[in-house]
Structure formats: C-alpha cells, structure tokens
Design a protein around this ligand. Sequence first.
Ligand SMILES: NC(=O)c1ccc[n+]([C@@H]2O[C@H](COP(=O)([O-])OP(=O)(O)OC[C@H]3O[C@@H](n4cnc5c(N)ncnc54)[C@H](O)[C@@H]3O)[C@@H](O)[C@H]2O)c1
Length: 325
Amino acid sequence: MLYLNDSQMRKAVKYEEMLDAIEEAFLQHHSGHYYMPDRYTAESENRRMLYMPCFVKDVIGTKMLAEFPENPSKGLPYLSGLMILNDRDTGAPLAIMDGSTLTALRTGAVGGVAIRHLSDPDSHSAGLIGCGVQGLHQLAYASQVRPIRSCYLYDAYRNDYGDFIEKLRRMTAPKELLIKVCANSREVAEKSDILITATQSATPVFPEDPSLFRKKCVVAIGSWLPDHKEIPDAIWQTTQSVLTDLPFACEESGDLCQPLQTGLLRRENVRYMGDYLHEKKSGQAQPLGETRFYKSVGMGIFDVMAARLIWKKALERRCGQILAE
Ligand SMILES: NC(=O)c1ccc[n+]([C@@H]2O[C@H](COP(=O)([O-])OP(=O)(O)OC[C@H]3O[C@@H](n4cnc5c(N)ncnc54)[C@H](O)[C@@H]3O)[C@@H](O)[C@H]2O)c1
C-alpha cells in the first residue's frame, strides 16, 4: 500500500492531468457507471465528520473529512482528513493519502473545469471572496484554464494576506499576476470577469445588486448547508438557470434550496455539469444564458477519480512511501 503526504501528492500530478480527471469524473457521473451513496454526515457539538464512499470501474474510494468550524480561530485548518483507495475486485487497500490536499486539488480542478466550459475564453481577471485553502486552489486552477492576468481578493476575517499571496504566486508561477486586495466584495465583483466564492458564510457575500453578476461566470464552492448561502438573490435577475454537481445539492445547499423554495429558481432550470459536458461534447448542449452560475457541493466521485489519478501517477513517478504489507 502506498502512503502519500501533501508534498508527495502535489509532486505526483500536474494541473492539466487533474483537470482532465475531474472532467472524466463529471462525464462518468453522467453515464451512471458508478455507485455513490449520499454523503453521510455525523455531527455533534458543531463538529462534523463527513464520509464519502464511491465505487468506480477499477477502484473504490472513501474520503473521511473532519469539518471543525472552530479550528480557524485556533490557528488550525478548517478541514482535515484521509482518503483510502481500495481495489475494486478484492477490496485490498491500494493507497492512503492526505484528505485535505486531495480536497483542495480536486475542488480547485472542479472550479477549473467549470471555468474552462462556462467562462468567456477571453477572461483576464478573477475575483475571490474567501482567501482560504479552497480559494487559493480555485485561483490557481482558474489561471491554468484562462489567460488570467489579475486576481482581486476579499476576505471578511483576514487582516494579513501575505502568506496567501505568496502561495498564490508560487502556485501560478511562471505567470506574473497582478494581485490586489480589495476593500469589499463589491470592488472584487466590479473588477472581475470570473467570480469565485469559497467561504463558510451563512449570508450572501455580495450585495444585492444584479449588475455585479451580469455576463460573468460565477463559481460558488463554499457554504453547502441548507441554512447557508453565499450568492444573493439578485443573481436570479441575470440568469434563470444554474449548473450543479448532483440532485442532492438541491436539498443540501442553501444557494439552491432557498431560491427553489421561494420560487426564484425552478427545479427544471437546475442542470447538472456532467450532463452539460456530455451534451457539449456531442454538440447538443442547450445554449447557456449570458450569466453562468455554477454551484458546487462536491461529491465522492471527484475524490475517487482524483485519488486514482494521484495513485497511478505517484507509482509512475516514484512518489510516496510503500508501507510494508
Ligand atoms: N464544493 C466543494 O466540493 C467543497 C470542497 C471543500 C470545501 N468546501 C467548502 O468551502 C468552504 C471553504 O473551505 P476552506 O477549506 O477554504 O476554508 P478556509 O477556512 O481555509 O477558508 C475560508 C475563508 O473564507 C473567509 N470567510 C468566511 N466567511 C466570509 C465572508 N462572509 N466573507 C468573506 N470571507 C469569508 C474566512 O475568513 C476564510 O479565510 C467551506 O464552506 C467548505 O465546506 C466545498
């Protein structure tokens, strides 16, 4: 069995490979050739454990994530976890790897695939609300798929952006980005072609102003609980439809279940990214409106396809540590 830590996982895969693996995960989700029960969340005293198993053609993956909201105030990461990969025929464990690194890489690529297919190919600026682990990887992947020259940042709780900016520069080198910290989320939205939200916010992170979203690509990857919501209702004045990962997202995420309840969004206008990519590949995709909104809640098939890629590439490139049988 192979063990992979953060740096070994990053060394094993290239951005482009991860983007392609996630695109394949979306298409596999469309094809139905997988088994993925709804995510099971165990919660006690505001400490959440998420269990995400998924069976695909040759492997089974189970990600276990700990989501502890009080961690950031203690200087600890919000998310931590482990991924286990098993052989599909025998169940034998093949690999064990860092679950937070896997989450960051695959969620970055999920946002990257959305941007690759939904944004204007000529997008030069990306704005981020929520400068944490996921936000960093969202921008890194966005800059791989579009000719991004400027990044605009806003975080409601961060005073010092130095470490974030240094990591972003490292992850996007040799590109030399203009990186600017904005006074508020309105400024981010006004300056950016692509808008990304990656927070745990319970309430919308932008003002209720439709002009902030018109003709933009909006990728919301944070706040997945039903009583949480990152995107204001004003977005529904610029688009009728949304793309998301899977039907369960309509129950799980406030960005979808709240507008569905109030009638701002109709269920038939919720589309799934896997279906869209399949239709696009076969030249049958219905055109999207001028504002493109993708809400991700994540799903186990992303993790298993990303972990499978990392495991295969790590063996090829001799990364990681073989644990004795
Ligand atoms: N869609 C997916 O597949 C997926 C995957 C992983 C994590 N997530 C979600 O993404 C979110 C972020 O996770 P993370 O690991 O990056 O956490 P993090 O703590 O590293 O980063 C979140 C950042 O958002 C900032 N923030 C919080 N509320 C804000 C607000 N109202 N306005 C502006 N900034 C705000 C925080 O200060 C923090 O810097 C979480 O809700 C997590 O559950 C989604």
